[in-house]
Design a protein around this ligand. Structure first.
Ligand code: RNT
Ligand code: ZN
Length: 415
């Protein structure tokens, strides 16, 4: 049945010049970095206390992972319902401390050995992020740009430690680890000095990145932001700051689509960045009115981002998800968000871009519009179902039955 429907869809797509087998092969090769922090509302294992840094989870859906074992079990459950081979995105606060908490500037590769083992046995890659929030030394919202040298030192050393860990992970797993630096630094009030904090951030990054690692094991990215809660008037790590920093220092820019003004479109930024850089990294999220970090939905914004990834060449875009919804089942949030990202990529792979581009270049905007609109209701669902079936994951909403069962048997027991 699924196979038959796939074969019919294949014929239909052939009429507009699309090879569905090739599209599925490409989709199969795209790994998405699944963010561990959706599993426990960005809590981590450090007992750091409240989430700070101008980001917020809302909701208190029961069953949140309380320790590494539970988080790993939940990740396993999620991954079993998502087709393809992916990556795991870890934050520093998810280190394995084995009893004694290690300060963040003292973290070592060994604190991630259990994650490496976890990833190895499942064929996953790993990406890392230093955690520059939810910590007493970030209590005033400043880290790498802090005027106090001692505080800056702590965070510089933390970032250096995470780069060393990332390189070790990349080597162990044989797949390049992305180390992404995001800092919450900013001011609630209009600052008297906009330049000083940025100059300090620049120096801090220079020091952090001065330690060389083999590019095949570690690459670095810097993530900009327009504003955070409580720091509405000024963000040290703005887009212009990082875009220039990245270009001059040969590191990647990471674009989080929640981090721009709501009418700005990250899809539009991807091809511009890629004219000047080999690669760009993404945090894909769904901002509702602000950087709310709702679960990625299969909407226009996501489809346009996916379109640019596909048009650029998927190997040039490092895709990571970044959202933290605590108001719905967290495993479902992972699965639906990942599957939506994949569906958006598939939609892009099944779009007759050559025809559309030709129409654009010929100035035939009627044809460009009509063809793009008609392609939207082609039988992509049949191709997606076939992809799921050949990857042994449940079709359509059947995956949700399994999450419900897991909720009943496992999550509900976590009181
Ligand atoms: C915050 C940034 C950052 C975090 C994660 C937890 O606005 O998007 O990427 O969400 O590092
Ligand atoms: Zn982000």
């Amino acid at each position: 049945m699924i196979q038959e429907r796939y074969l019919q869809a294949k014929e239909i797509y052939k009429n507009i010049g699309i090879d569905t087998d090739a599209a599925l092969k490409t989709l199969d090769g795209i790994s998405i970095s699944m963010h561990c922090w959706q599993g426990d509302d960005v809590g981590g294992f450090e007992n750091a206390g409240a989430l700070t840094g101008g980001i917020q989870t809302t909701g208190n859906y029961p069953g949140k992972a309380r320790n590494p074992e539970e988080l790993m079990a939940d990740i396993d459950r999620a991954l079993s319902l998502i087709p393809g081979k992916h990556r795991l995105n870890l934050h520093a606060i998810y280190a394995f401390y084995d009893g004694e908490i290690v300060e963040r500037d003292r973290l070592e590769p060994k604190h991630f050995d259990k994650w490496i083992e976890f990833a190895k046995t499942r064929g996953l890659g790993i990406d890392v992020n230093p955690t520059l929030f939810s910590h007493p030394l970030a209590a005033d919202g400043l880290t790498l740009s802090h005027p106090d040298e001692k505080i800056r030192r702590f965070w510089i050393d933390h970032c250096k430690a995470m780069r060393k860990i990332g390189a070790y992970i990349g080597e162990q797993l044989g797949t390049t680890c992305l180390n992404n630096i995001w800092i919450p630094d900013g001011y609630k009030e209009t600052p008297a000095d906009r330049s000083g904090p940025r100059a300090r951030l620049k120096d801090a990054l220079d020091e952090i990145l001065s330690v060389p690692y083999e590019k095949k094991y570690l690459v670095d990215s810097v993530e900009s932001k327009v504003f955070g809660i409580g720091v509405e008037s000024y963000t040290v790590g703005s887009h212009e700051f990082y875009m220039n920093y990245a270009a001059k220092n040969n590191v990647l820019c990471l674009l989080d689509n929640g981090h721009f003004h709501p009418t700005e479109n990250v899809a539009d930024k991807i091809p511009s960045m890629l004219l000047f850089a080999d690669k760009v990294a993404l945090h894909v999220t769904r901002g509702v009115r602000w950087d709310s970090d709702h679960v990625t939905s299969y909407n226009d914004e996501l489809r346009e981002i996916a379109k640019e990834i596909v048009l650029a060449d998927p190997s040039r875009v490092l895709i990571g998800l970044d959202y933290f919804d605590a108001s719905i089942n967290r495993v479902a949030a992972w699965v639906q968000g990942m599957r939506n990202m994949q569906k958006a990529l598939l939609a892009a792979l099944l779009t007759p871009h050559d025809q559309l581009k030709a129409a654009q270049d010929a100035g035939d905007f009627t044809a460009m519009f009509v063809r793009a609109e008609e392609a939207k209701t082609y039988p992509m669902g049949d191709v997606w179902d076939y992809f799921c079936e050949t990857h042994n994951v449940p079709l359509r909403e059947a995956w949700f039955d399994e999450v419900r069962a897991y909720e009943k048997d496992v999550l509900a027991e976590r009181k």
